[in-house]
Design a protein around this ligand. Structure first.
Ligand code: SAH
Ligand code: SF4
Ligand code: F3S
Length: 452
């Protein structure tokens, strides 16, 4: 029987993608994935270091894995990805991992497992090699949508951020390798591609820039929609929004992290733009893409942030009216420049700021969702609705909509939004009159509730 491995994945979309790369390498080498951690020779985790919380969670899980090994239920415990790169041999010395493999060294994993099973002792590989894994097709569970990494690493060095240290310098994956993967996905039935990178707008491979890449990905007839993230506000220009507007398959959606609404803080963060510049980019985007959905990331309580500076962030949220925001309390990452900036904002103040920010954004998100009622959208059906026998799809803007009808995955249908259930808009198909009749039996509470 082949050796089985269990793989737990933490972190961002890029980690989901990298986990599929690791699966491809291990399966190719004859290992077999299992979803039962209690019955697996090899226990692996793909990890994240972006905030202390992410590391603590992974370390807690690692302790469980080591516990299983001590009970004889597993033989090898391995840590992969960003936290492996960040903590290196400490994971062996202090946390009893057998294998530590950074983001550029996954290809060593099959032989490391063999040598650990042989009893050769711990194995660590954490050097950077500008790896792009260009000859490996990730092992994907086939669905309607798929992520495709186009860039790895980051060279921006925002002062708070650990990513450049754990992922290495920014590099663009060769265009041929990207298109080969998109072709493969298209043949497997994928309809929507999301291009991934820490700053996709900086993509450039031998003169093919991001706009040119978008055009090439849109040229696959089976691919109906293309999204991308993340976009650095500094690199967003008129050419990009013009290109987006001219390519119907490119969805009107941008994730444009603002981080703070105060110029002094943006400067300390080394973000490379002012609030005014950011807002003028938002205006530019909305000029060419009036239906665009904008999402953002915000860090509250960056060291030395004053109440007024925090309020400037609130003002930006009210002014831009983002569809959604990912909001974080500053987490000092040892080794980054921001970890040296003092004084820290006291924890109770930081928590209170985060709560106010979340409350503000929740209200805006709900207001914008409510404004969808009565309007029509095209949905790409991605799966079944969580409750009942309906379907679930996304608008071009990326908003999840529930349909009280069975619709096959991968279908594009037009719906009219009739209500908001909890946080989620509910729609009825409008192309097919038979659908509309059936959908009248829908029981929807039109009152907005949290979490519904
Ligand atoms: N490349 C993307 C995001 C990478 S990390 C970008 O440039 O925006 C995702 C988000 O985590 C960041 O946008 C930031 O808001 C948050 N983040 C990163 N480091 C953090 C830290 N030390 N403390 C709190 N939040 C952090
Ligand atoms: Fe981190 Fe900044 Fe790079 Fe984003 S752009 S990954 S926030 S350093
Ligand atoms: Fe992603 Fe976390 Fe690494 S956000 S790049 S998995 S540090």
């Amino acid at each position: 029987m082949s050796v089985r491995y269990y793989l737990q994945v933490y972190g961002c979309q890029m980690n989901l993608y990298e986990a599929d790369l690791v699966r491809a390498m291990l399966n190719q080498a004859g290992y077999e994935e299992t979803d039962n951690e209690f019955d697996s020779e090899v226990l692996l985790m793909m990890t994240c270091s972006v905030r202390a919380h992410a590391e603590n969670r992974a370390l807690g899980r690692l302790a469980q894995f080591v516990g299983l090994k001590k009970k004889g239920q597993a033989q090898v415990v391995g840590v992969l990805g960003c936290m492996a790169q960040n903590l290196k041999e400490k994971l062996v010395e202090k946390h009893q991992a057998d294998i530590v493999v950074g983001p550029d060294r996954y290809q060593l994993l099959p032989e490391f497992i063999v040598s650990c099973l042989r009893g050769d002792g711990p194995k660590i590989a954490v050097d950077f090699s500008n790896e792009c894994y260009e000859n490996i097709l990730p092992e994907k569970k086939v669905g309607v949508t798929a992520f495709v990494t186009i860039m790895r690493g980051c060279s921006n060095f925002c002062s708070y951020c650990i990513v450049p240290y754990v992922k290495g310098p920014e590099r663009s994956r060769p265009v041929e390798s990207i298109l080969k993967e998109v072709h493969h996905l298209a043949k497997m039935g994928v309809k929507e591609i999301t291009l991934l990178g820490q700053n996709v707008l900086a993509y450039n491979h031998r003169g093919v820039d991001f706009c040119a890449l978008l055009e090439k990905v849109c040229a696959f007839s089976e691919i109906r929609r293309v999204r991308f993230l993340t976009s650095h506000p500094r690199d967003l220009d008129e050419r990009l929004v013009r290109t987006m507007a001219s390519l119907p398959k490119v969805c009107p959606q941008l994730h444009l992290p603002l981080q703070s609404g105060a110029n002094r803080i943006l400067n300390l963060m080394n973000r490379g733009y002012t609030v005014e510049e950011y807002l003028s980019k938002v205006a530019l985007v909305r000029k060419y893409l009036p239906e665009v959905s904008l999402t953002t990331d915000i860090i509250v309580a960056f060291p030395t942030e004053t109440e007024e500076e925090f309020e400037a962030t609130l003002t930006c949220l009210e002014g831009v009216r983002f569809d959604y925001a990912y909001m974080f309390r500053f987490s000092p990452r040892p080794g980054t420049r921001a970890a040296e900036i003092k004084p820290l904002v006291p924890l109770p103040v930081a928590s209170e700021r985060l709560s106010r920010l979340i409350a503000t954004q929740n209200r805006i998100t709900k207001e914008l969702s409510s404004a969808m009622v009565g309007r029509e959208y095209e949905l790409l059906i991605e799966g079944k609705s969580p409750k009942g026998n309906g379907a679930l799809g996304r608008t071009p803007q990326g908003k999840v909509v529930i349909v009280d009808q069975e619709v096959n995955n991968g279908n594009l249908i037009r719906v009219k939004i009739t209500a908001i259930s909890g946080w989620t808009p509910v729609g009825i198909p409008v192309d097919n009159p038979a659908f509309v009749g059936a959908a009248c039996s829908l029981k929807i509470n039109p009152v907005l509730q949290r979490g519904g």
